[in-house]
Design a protein around this ligand. Structure first.
Ligand code: ADP
Length: 295
């Protein structure tokens, strides 16, 4: 099954054009949607999740028309929104059982088996009796995934799931998502380059409602081969460098400022060639949308 988005546009009532001719084909596996805040990621996720209308364009999931056949699509869709509330005084086990019953699973024994399997999968079995209000950020996210997986979805959408997680929790969450990605289409929206680097076979960069790049992380990095240059400079000169070069990253280390620039030609002036990274691809893309046309 594939998710195919064609020429999708959305303008909000206040005139903000949140999506502008977005076309993407997303096969099974982990797909990263990488973009800064305000890029249009949540708008796209909510539209795919049948929670809001598009202005124009089409989305199909296998044989279903996502923009019209909401009920059918919801049967095969799992969605973990950016912010989701939990009932703080209810345990994970009771909550999942309750949602499974709402979803029509009437047989108590089958429900118990399903809930146990899900809690084991997201590594919350030993914490199943604890009230959700006592869970850490990472545990809540994993509970959210268990909830989203209840209907055995063919498409799982997770919106900015790793923001606010500590490194250990993030790692655990990565492992969980990549396991799910083996049998499901998973769309992961994020502004964290590491999420894409770690998890995604394919990804898109989205900015100002437009897709700037689609491909594999490896291809994206290779395209910048020979075009990234680095230098350490006195801090006070950074504005001057920003005027003269396409500065894509600045890092302060031991009191010195290291800058990375993108340039097709050797810029001279003490710059040395640097190995491109996915972060370079991302920052170059969003710092200058025009440049990316030739990436
Ligand atoms: P992201 O998830 O990448 O941060 P969003 O889809 O939330 O991006 O937002 C894209 C743009 O649309 C932003 O400029 C945002 O302010 C605007 N926007 C989002 N939701 C609404 C809304 N309900 N009404 C008006 N503007 C909105």
């Amino acid at each position: 099954m594939e998710l195919v988005i064609e020429n999708l546009s959305k303008t909000y009532g206040n005139g903000v054009k949140a999506l502008n001719g977005v076309s993407l084909t997303i096969p099974q596996g982990m797909f990263g949607l990488l973009g800064p805040n305000g890029a249009g990621k949540s708008t796209l996720m909510r539209t795919i999740a049948t929670l809001q209308d598009a202005g124009s364009g089409s989305i199909t999931l296998g044989e279903w028309d996502v923009l019209k056949q909401h009920e059918q699509v919801r049967q095969i869709l799992g969605y973990l929104p950016q912010e989701f509330g939990v009932y703080p005084r209810v345990s994970a086990e009771i909550m999942l059982d309750h949602i499974a019953r709402l979803k029509g699973l009437a047989n108590r024994k089958e429900r118990a088996q399903l809930v146990e399997a899900l809690l084991q999968k997201v590594n919350l079995w030993s914490a199943r009796k604890r009230n959700l209000g006592t869970y850490s950020g990472g545990m809540k996210q994993r509970f959210g995934i268990a909830q989203a997986l209840l209907g055995n979805p063919k498409l799982l959408i997770v919106d900015e799931p790793t923001a606010g997680l500590d490194p250990a929790e993030r790692n655990r969450f990565y492992n969980l998502l990549s396991e799910i990605g083996e049998s499901t289409i998973v769309i992961l929206s994020t502004h964290i380059v590491e999420d894409v680097q770690t998890l995604c076979k394919r990804f898109a960069i989205i900015c100002d409602g437009e897709v700037l790049y689609v491909g594999t992380p490896h291809e994206a990095v290779q395209m910048l081969g020979g075009k990234i240059w680095a230098k350490s400079i006195p801090k006070e000169e950074v504005d001057d460098y920003r005027e003269r070069y396409q500065v894509i990253a600045t890092n302060l280390s031991e009191g010195r400022l290291f800058i990375r620039i993108a340039s097709d030609e050797n810029p001279g002036n003490g710059f040395t060639p640097a190995e491109p990274t996915l972060e370079d691809v991302y920052f170059r893309a969003i710092s200058s949308k025009m440049d990316l046309v030739t990436l």
